[in-house]
Write a protein that binds this ligand. Structure first.
Ligand code: SF4
Ligand code: F3S
Length: 140
């Protein structure tokens, strides 16, 4: 049975997703979920505004980075405009150079604690926006 979980109506995109998208019934109806992924620019920026808007409590917090649990994500896209540094994107839009973050989100979500509200970013967050090659700085 389909249970509408979140609707996003914003000019360019309007869709209703189903909490049970992974069930056989939903798959048979062609409702395929594509989770969202936190990518490199979050490292050392960690604004956490994404966690406050997620209706499915998908976010998990590490020392200097957040990740999304792909099993929990309902593909609602609310977190994307909430991130001031553009670090969140749909899995299939992640560029080749950042594909490693797809697995990192999944693996780290299994061990890092959930975060459901925003908190103050690091004092130097703005200085890290757009810095390249931050993966080596990721603290696990
Ligand atoms: Fe949460 Fe973002 Fe997934 Fe929506 S798209 S459920 S806000 S992680
Ligand atoms: Fe990171 Fe952006 Fe969330 S910087 S913590 S993905 S708001």
């Amino acid at each position: 049975m389909h249970v509408p979980a979140a609707g996003y109506a914003g000019g360019r995109l309007m869709r209703i997703k189903c909490r049970e998208f992974r069930s056989t019934a939903c798959r048979s109806q062609g409702d395929v979920n594509v989770p969202f992924v936190v990518t490199e620019n979050c490292i050392n920026c960690k604004h956490t505004s994404c966690a406050a808007v997620c209706p499915a409590d998908c976010f998990h917090e590490g020392p200097n980075f957040l990740v999304i649990d792909p099993e929990a994500c309902i593909d609602c896209i609310y977190c994307v405009p909430a991130c001031p540094v553009g670090a969140i994107m749909e899995e299939r839009a992640v560029p080749r150079s950042q594909r490693a973050f797809i697995q990192l989100n999944a693996k780290l979500a299994e061990v890092w604690p959930k975060i459901k509200a925003s908190k103050s970013p690091p004092p130097d967050a703005e200085e890290w926006d757009g810095v390249m090659d931050k993966l080596k700085l990721l603290e696990k």
